[in-house]
Each structure stands twice: as structure tokens, then as C-alpha cells.
Ligand binder design. Structure first.
Ligand code: SF4
Ligand code: SF4
Ligand code: SF4
Ligand code: FES
Length: 937
């Protein structure tokens, strides 16, 4: 349990390395240069009354409550806006300032509803606290004068209310929206007595607000308040845990009243988020206790029978017996498992261990197969390790930021806000994306270059940038000579200088004007610190791995690796996709990315696990499915993953699942895959789990149980029970013991333990004897593999081609309020913002087909067709259409093909040739194959 309130020092910390000495109320204190008098007082343990100041925002100096006296200075300066000077002597509690503060407070209270005892914020209101602190005893002006007590409440946002009558116009909300979130949705309108907060003259719901909660967090009164607090009352205790949505991995305080979760508040100490949040982590947690959850194990003999409830013993015994019978009949490799990037490291570790040691096969894979497996491959080949190079904080030091195939403001919003802050400070921006994502133009931000490429031409674009760097003398020769392998560099330089890689040659196939491409390359190479951030728009292509290596080449050639502000940074989709890969979920790798064929490594595991392990790689997900269709693969354990919805070519996946004799699904809800299952093992939500998630910056965060499991068992206990029933008992008393085993077998995790995480909050691997508190930036002294290895990355167009019959290219992504297949967010009030998927189509393409905005269209590819509404927009260029995939009826994977990355089999979700035609039918008669969602974004 942590404190309900974290300390507030009033103004942000100064980062100056130099310090000065001051005296506050007789207490000497040493503070960094640039520290405010208010913060110095707080450091000295002296609280100065305040209302408009908070340490997450720049000081504003409007409330005049924090006045102090300073020896040698005239008047009573505001301590929040006054910086410390050497030798300053400050007095915070003189009769003069005390009287001034009481007068100020008197004015506030005379225009404030006096309903403290029934106010939802009672006990959590700074105005109430400060009235006590300044010793207010009477309000001489009375309460009958002109006031705002009848001002209306805006309850349009599903999650919080704005009760204007309680507003003290301190502007903390406005500044939070500007400085932290970067949306600039709020303003103060009017002057003097008439001034008030306004979301652009509209309701909160209809405004630019993205419901991040930063203003609610910043508000010192009950003006902006969570509806859950209004309904349930003020929480009384907190548990520190981690968001279970995206790969940013924000830390939250789960605040409870008794056993009931009241709100999730972002932790100021969270390494990834530093007190910020997005609408999903902050508000969309209601799915965890949704009535759709299945809490009892289910079994059935065949998938045409109804489910029947079973005890844990019966369900596990049934599954174990069938697995062994199938292996006896069809061979040991006729079974396998899929681990989940939504589960904890500990849960994933025991599943891959069960598959390898109890099933006796390496047929284990993970849903990273369909998102970031090319990242793992590409970065390992070039740098020597399968992970991003930086911490999120690093972006604050970047001078040039290149965003490729990622949409951080929607898909990784808290990191998107960090990035926008740096861009508002003046960093330059290159966006490489077929769509005009929000980053291209948003308040106070405008991309220097938006390279609006044809989907599928990423590699050509980045090669062309490399070509400009190599042929215009922009290579960082010193870095390359010092840090990189000379032979691979020579081969790369020779290749990249070839005329087919020039911007002029690439213009024709990518659609990006050569001059723009040249200018962007020069900007990237000229930046003192240039950083690349990328997403699934890079990896989910037939050349996903090639593209990751091409970006790594560019970063090495320009010397942009191994310090703050640079690097090659994958923005991971799911909360624990990094962790599930780290934990040995790939069929060829044991935990820590060590190949199963390495005898010495395997022996370590065999000794500790007490089991003989196979040295030959097992099957990947597509191989397992293909083998199932031809009758050679018969049983699958699926942990927290909905392959019937998420994997490409739905029809093929469904055929494979139907062909199996045993499908075991472990999940919260009866998902699409469960339609083909024989055993359903109920899973636990993140509010019940005890373990760790690893985010996109390799940060290992604790996930602590906020409430007891609703199923009676942790998921790792269920896996251990199944393993024991198969004759291979795995005994752990706690998930902490599982982490201890992971640490003992995985060099990059050697120093990790729950005790360390509880002490320091989080660590970024590698965490070992050399780096006991983790490694924020990788490859600082040298690359993990020794010398950085350039790779030759020729552009090979995808086999998926547009034709006269399928002339448009479909690409996919996410919106802010929904998440992946929507299983969680569709079960929350987030549907208020997005309740169906639509097809973005350029007006030229729409007009040519007689398609009007908002009408139904059929989207047909070579493998299937589906129906959704058209959204006519210039966000997509002519020739490209775009959709999200959060709703079952949209059927994106009915139309996606089976093309995949050459190295990793990551599906080519981002390029599908389609034709779009108007249709009168709604979605009921839409998809060719039933069930069609996708996790790609
Ligand atoms: S809504 Fe809250 S934070 Fe915003 S000005 Fe009013 S009192 Fe201050
Ligand atoms: S919720 Fe976030 S985006 Fe909306 S007004 Fe508040 S700070 Fe701005
Ligand atoms: S940015 Fe990601 S991790 Fe953070 S609150 Fe939002 S969904 Fe959760
Ligand atoms: S807290 Fe300093 S002026 Fe408001």
C-alpha cells in the first residue's frame, strides 16, 4: 500500500548541477540553481500555502496565497515564481503574510459553495486544506454578493464532471492540458470576475479534449472530479500497479474504498509516465469486473456441444489426459502453445516452460509473431540485442525526431505527449507515413517533412535516406570507425551508393518527391541528436525485418546510437510484448534470446528444470496452423490471445482450429478462439495479477494485486496444475519465486527481484552485477554484439500488388479510445468516442466510385470481403484506404492476406490490395468469414 497523496513541492525540480544555499524560516537548505523559493521551503520541510502551484506545472503566480518575506527585498513576493538566490533568507510565516493570505482566502471562500461536508472532494480538496492552513475564521463579505454559485455542471464526459460553481480559476487545468498533455483544449475566457475555464466554447465531450485526465489530476478543488469518486466516495487506500493496455507501461495508484476500485491515478514516480496517463489506463478499467467475464472452468467433448461448467481439477485433468492421448497417437510434436503479451512475465515464463519441459516440444510462439517479431530479428542482427535502445525520457534530448509507421498520439499517448513537448520546445520532425497522422500538424507543432509514401515502400525510403547520407558526405566516419564492423560497413556503403537507391529512383515507386526526401535525409544527418521512433507500420510488412535493419544502418551511419536523444526505438503495441519475447516465447529461443541449439545454454535450463530439452526449433504460429489443416498438429494451449480474430486470413485460422482435437483457451472472456475450444480456463485481469510487465523501454514494472482473484487462482497456478497433471510438477509458492528463477537463468535479468522493484520502483534490463539498477540507454560504450553490424537491405516490393480489379491499398491502425480487438475497451464507456470502425477514403477515390461520406461500402480483397461505412477525408492520399479494427463486424482480417515478413513470418497487415464499392447493405451481411478482428496497430 502507498500513500494516497504524493508530496507536492509546488514547482518542478531544477536539473541544474550547481547548487546554492538559502535559509527558510531559520532552516538552512541547499538547492539546485533555478529552484523556486516555494520548492526550497518544501525541501526544508516548510509548507507554504498555495493554490495555483503544483510541481507538475510551471509556476503561474495567480492566486497570491504563497506570499513570503525575503530579507533585503521589498514587498511580499510570490514564492512560487521567485527563484532562490545565494544566501537568501526567507520568512514564510510573518504576521504580514499571514494576514494577506487570510484576505486572499476570504475572497475565494466568499464565492465558493459551502457544501464541504457533502462535496465529493471532502478530504481531498486543496481549497479546504488551505482555508485551514491560513487560519480563516470568518468571511466578512458575506455570501450574498455577485458570485458564480449557480454556474452549471458539464457532465458530458463519460468519466469526469466539470462543476463550474466550484472553480477558483487557478488555471492549473489549462496549464496541465497545455504543458503535460499538449492538446491545448482548455482556455480561460472572459476577464476579471467573469473569467472562467472553457473547453473551446463547447462541452468537454464535443471539444478537442482527449480525456487524458491531466486537468482532473491538476485541479485543486472538486470542480473537475472523477464521476466514480462522486458515485462511490473518496478512496481510502492505494495499491501501486501498472497499466495493462499499451507498451508505454504507465504506473498507476489504484485507489480503493474498501475492496472497491474507485479510480486509477497516474503515479508521479512512474518511470515511464511521470504522473501522466491516457484515457485507457486512467479511466477504461471497468472491463476487469465486467459481467461478461467467465469465472468457472468450462469443458466440452467437441465444439458442436454446449459448454458445461467444471471444477478446476476436472478441467485440468480433462486437458492433460487429452494432450497425452494426442501425443501418443500423433507424436510429441503434434501439440504446442501460444503465450500472451498481455500476461505477466511470470505467467508467460511458466507457459513456455510447460510447453518445453512437460509437452516435450519447442512448439511455443507468441502474439509478438504478428507485431514486433521483425524488431527482435532486425535489432539483434545489427546491434546484438532484441530491444529498443533508449528510455522514454531520452526524447527530451532529441533535436530531430523521425516517426515512421507509428501514431504515438493515438497508440502510445503518454509517450506521444512527451514527444510533443519536445517538439514544442523546437525539435525538428520528420513523419514517414501514408496518412496525415495528428503529429503532422497539431497545436504548436508542424512536421518539417511529411513523407507520404505508398504503403509497402518503407525500405526504399530509408535506403534513399542512407544514399543521401553516403553520397553527400554526411556519414559520421568517426563513429563508424570506432563502433562498427568495417567489413559490413564497406558492403553497406557500396550497396547504398548504387543509383537504384537514390531519391530520384525511389520517387517513382514511393510517390515521395526526391527533393523532399533529400532534404529530410539532410535534416536527419545534421541533427546533433537524431532519434527514430517506429511502430507496426514498419514491422507488419513482407520486408519488416529488412526495414528494421535499414533504420539501424541509418542510425549507425549518422552516429545516432549510444547516448541520450538518439536511438532506434520500437513503440511496442501490447503492455508486455517486450516481456513475452524476453521470457523465451519464440520456438527457437530460451529466455534471454538464447538459441535452443546452444548446448551450454540448454544444459543450464535442463539442470535447473530437471527435464531434457529439445535442441531443434519448434513451429511458429503459422506453421502450427498449416500443420493443423493437413492433420499433423492436433492440440493447442492458447494463453490470453484471440488468434481467430487477430491473425490474418481468418478463414484459414478457423479451418486450422476446427481441425484440432483439443484447443485450450485461457482468457477473461469467451472470445472468438473459444468458439473452437474444448477447455476454457478462466484468466485473471491485471487488477488481480501479481507479477511484472516489461514495457517498450525494457522497463520492468510491478503489477500488484489490487483485488483477490475472481477465479480463485492466479494464472501461473493453473499452468503449474496442468503441468503437474502431465507428470511434470512445477512448484512455486509465489510469483516472486518465478522471477527469482528467471533471474537465475537469464543474464539480462540477473539482478531483478520483486524486492528490488519494490525498493526502486522499476528497472530497465540489462539489470545485473554490472548494472545493478538497470540500463536506461543501451550500446553506450559498445554494441551488445561488439561492433555494430551493417546489413545490406535491398528493397523488394511485396507480392501483394494493386491491379485493375484491386486498385487501392488498404492499411490499418488504431484510434485513441479503443484498443486492438476491442475486447477490453468495447466493454467500457470508451465506446462513446468510437463505436464502429469506418473506412477512410480520399474524396477523389470516393467520387470516382460514387461513394458519399457515411454510406456503406464493400471492401473486397483477393481473399475476402467485408462492409463498413465510408469516411471521406484527405487524411489518406488518393489510392490508399485506411481502417481500424476494434469491432468484430469490421472484418479486417477477413480481407488481409497471408503474405508475411521473410525472416519472421510477421503478417503483412499493412498492405492489402482492395476495391471499394458502394453497397446498400449494412454490416449484418458483411463478412465472408465470421469473426474478424485484428490485434495489429
Ligand atoms: S477547473 Fe480546477 S484547475 Fe481549472 S481553473 Fe478551476 S479550480 Fe483551477
Ligand atoms: S482531460 Fe486531458 S485533454 Fe481533456 S481537457 Fe483535461 S487535460 Fe485537456
Ligand atoms: S499510454 Fe498506454 S500504458 Fe499509459 S495509460 Fe495509456 S494505455 Fe496505459
Ligand atoms: S501558489 Fe504562488 S501564486 Fe499561487
Amino acid at each position: 500500500m502507498t500513500l494516497l497523496h504524493e508530496p507536492d513541492y509546488g514547482t518542478p525540480a531544477s536539473t541544474s548541477p550547481e547548487s546554492i544555499d538559502v535559509v527558510v524560516d531559520g532552516i538552512p537548505v541547499s538547492v539546485p540553481v533555478g529552484t523556486s523559493v516555494m520548492r526550497a521551503a518544501a525541501e526544508a520541510g516548510v509548507g507554504v500555502p498555495k493554490l495555483c502551484a503544483t510541481d507538475s506545472l510551471q509556476p503561474f503566480g495567480s492566486c497570491r496565497l504563497c506570499l513570503v518575506e525575503i530579507d533585503g527585498k521589498r514587498g511580499t513576493p510570490a514564492s512560487c515564481t521567485t527563484p532562490c538566490e545565494p544566501g537568501m533568507v526567507v520568512r514564510t510565516q510573518t504576521p504580514r503574510v499571514e494576514e494577506l493570505r487570510r484576505n486572499v482566502m476570504e475572497l475565494y471562500i466568499s464565492d465558493h459553495p459551502l457544501d464541504c461536508l457533502t462535496c465529493p472532494a471532502n478530504g481531498d480538496c486543496e481549497l479546504q486544506d488551505m482555508a485551514g492552513v491560513v487560519g480563516l475564521r470568518e468571511v466578512r463579505y458575506g455570501y450574498d454578493g455577485e458570485n458564480h454559485l449557480d454556474a452549471p455542471t458539464d457532465a458530458s464526459n463519460p468519466y469526469f464532471a466539470f462543476d463550474e460553481s466550484k472553480c477558483i480559476v487557478c488555471s492549473r487545468c489549462v496549464r496541465a492540458c497545455d504543458e503535460i498533455q499538449g492538446t491545448l483544449a482548455l482556455t480561460i475566457v472572459g476577464r476579471g470576475f467573469d473569467s472562467k475555464v472553457s473547453p473551446g466554447g463547447r462541452s468537454f465531450f464535443d471539444s478537442e479534449c482527449v480525456s487524458c485526465g491531466a486537468c482532473v489530476q491538476a485541479c485543486p478543488t472538486a470542480t473537475l472530479e472523477e464521476k466514480s469518486v462522486i458515485d462511490l466516495g473518496m478512496p481510502t487506500r492505494t495499491v501501486e500497479t501498472t497499466c495493462a493496455y499499451c507498451g508505454v507501461g504507465c504506473s498507476f495508484k489504484a485507489e480503493l474504498r474498501g475492496d472497491e476500485l474507485v479510480r486509477m491515478v497516474p503515479s508521479k514516480n512512474g518511470g515511464a509516465n511521470e504522473g501522466h496517463s491516457c484515457v485507457k489506463g486512467r479511466f477504461a478499467w471497468g472491463y476487469a469486473t465486467h459481467t461478461d467475464r467467465v469465472l468457472t472452468p468450462l469443458v466440452r467433448e467437441s465444439i458442436d456441444q454446449p459448454w458445461r461448467e467444471a471444477s478446476w481439477e476436472e478441467a485440468i485433468g480433462f486437458a492433460a489426459e487429452r494432450i497425452r492421448a494426442i501425443q501418443d497417437q500423433y507424436g510429441v510434436d503434434s501439440v504446442g502453445g501460444i503465450t500472451s503479451s498481455r500476461c505477466t512475465n511470470e505467467e508467460v515464463y511458466v507457459v513456455q516452460k510447460m510447453v518445453r519441459a512437460a509437452f516435450g516440444t519447442n512448439n511455443v510462439d507468441t502474439c509478438a509473431r504478428v507485431c514486433h517479431s521483425p524488431t527482435g530479428y532486425g535489432l539483434k542482427q545489427t546491434f546484438g540485442t532484441s530491444a529498443g535502445t533508449q528510455d522514454f525520457k531520452s526524447v527530451a534530448k532529441a533535436d530531430v525526431i523521425m516517426v515512421i509507421g507509428a501514431n504515438p498520439t493515438d497508440a502510445h499517448p503518454v509517450f506521444g505527449s512527451r514527444m510533443k513537448k519536445r517538439l514544442r520546445e523546437g525539435a525538428r520532425l520528420i513523419v514517414v507515413d501514408p496518412r496525415r497522422i495528428d503529429l503532422v500538424r497539431s497545436p504548436h507543432i508542424e512536421a518539417d517533412y511529411h513523407l507520404q509514401l505508398q504503403p509497402g515502400t518503407n525500405v526504399a525510403i530509408v535506403n534513399a535516406m542512407g544514399h543521401v547520407v553516403a553520397t553527400e558526405g554526411l556519414i559520421d566516419r568517426e563513429f563508424v570507425a570506432d563502433r562498427c564492423d568495417p567489413a559490413t560497413f564497406a558492403a553497406w556503403e557500396d550497396f547504398i551508393r548504387q543509383p537504384e537507391n537514390s531519391p530520384e529512383a525511389v520517387e517513382a515507386l514511393s510517390g515521395v518527391p526526391a527533393e523532399e526526401l533529400r532534404a529530410a535525409a539532410r535534416l536527419f544527418a545534421a541533427g546533433a541528436n537524431a532519434a527514430i521512433y517506429y511502430g507496426l507500420g514498419v514491422t507488419e510488412h513482407s520486408q519488416g525485418s529488412t526495414m528494421v535493419m535499414a533504420m539501424a544502418n541509418l542510425a549507425m551511419a549518422t552516429g545516432n546510437i549510444g547516448r541520450e536523444g538518439v536511438g532506434v526505438n520500437p513503440l511496442r503495441g501490447q503492455n508486455n510484448v517486450q516481456g513475452s519475447c524476453d521470457m523465451g516465447s519464440f520456438p527457437h529461443e530460451l529466455p534471454g534470446y538464447r538459441h535452443v541449439s546452444d548446448d551450454a545454454v540448454r544444459e543450464q535450463f535442463e539442470v535447473l528444470w530437471g527435464a531434457e530439452l529439445r535442441g531443434d526449433p519448434g513451429m511458429r504460429i503459422p506453421n502450427m496452423l498449416d500443420a493443423a489443416v493437413v492433420g499433423e498438429f492436433k492440440a493447442l494451449f492458447v494463453q490470453g490471445e484471440d488468434i481467430a480474430q487477430s491473425d490474418p486470413n481468418t478463414q484459414h485460422v478457423q479451418r486450422a482450429l476446427e481441425s484440432m482435437d483439443l484447443v485450450i483457451v485461457q482468457d477473461l472472456f469467451l472470445n472468438e478462439t473459444a468458439r473452437f475450444a474444448h477447455v476454457f480456463l478462466p484468466g485473471t485481469s491485471f487488477l488481480e495479477k501479481d507479477g511484472t510487465f516489461t514495457n517498450a523501454e525494457r522497463r520492468i514494472n510491478r503489477v500488484r494485486p489490487v483485488m483477490a482473484t475472481k477465479t480463485g487462482k492466479q494464472e501461473w497456478q493453473v499452468t503449474c496444475d496442468l503441468s503437474a497433471a502431465l507428470g511434470y510438477p512445477m512448484h512455486y509458492d509465489s510469483s516472486s519465486e518465478i522471477m527469482d528463477e528467471i533471474a537465475s537463468l537469464t543474464p539480462t535479468f540477473a539482478g531483478v527481484s520483486f524486492a528490488l522493484l519494490d525498493e526502486v520502483g522499476s528497472v530497465q534490463w540489462p539489470c545485473n552485477a554490472a548494472h545493478p539498477l538497470g540500463t536506461p540507454i543501451m550500446h553506450v560504450e559498445g554494441f551488445v554484439r561488439g561492433k555494430g553490424a551493417f546489413q545490406v537491405t535491398p528493397f523488394v516490393p511485396t507480392d501483394e500488388r494493386t491491379t485493375r480489379r484491386y486498385p487501392l491499398v488498404l492499411t490499418t491502425g488504431r484510434v485513441l479510445s479503443q484498443y486492438n480487438v476491442g475486447a477490453q475497451t468495447r466493454r467500457t464507456a470508451n465506446v462513446a468516442w468510437h463505436d464502429e470502425d469506418v473506412l477512410d477514403i480520399h474524396e477523389a477515390d470516393a467520387e470516382a466510385r460514387g461513394i458519399a461520406d457515411g454510406t456503406w461500402v464493400t471492401i473486397a480483397s483477393r481473399v475476402g470481403k467485408t462492409v463498413m461505412r465510408a469516411n471521406v477525408t484527405d487524411r489518406v492520399p488518393p489510392g490508399v484506404v485506411y481502417t481500424t479494427f476494434h469491432f468484430p463486424g469490421s472484418g479486417a482480417n477477413v480481407i488481409t492476406t497471408e503474405y508475411s515478413d521473410w525472416a519472421t513470418n510477421c503478417p503483412e497487415y499493412k498492405v492489402t490490395a482492395v476495391e471499394v464499392t458502394p453497397t446498400l447493405r449494412g454490416p449484418e451481411a458483411s463478412t465472408v468469414a465470421a469473426g474478424a478482428e485484428s490485434i495489429h496497430a
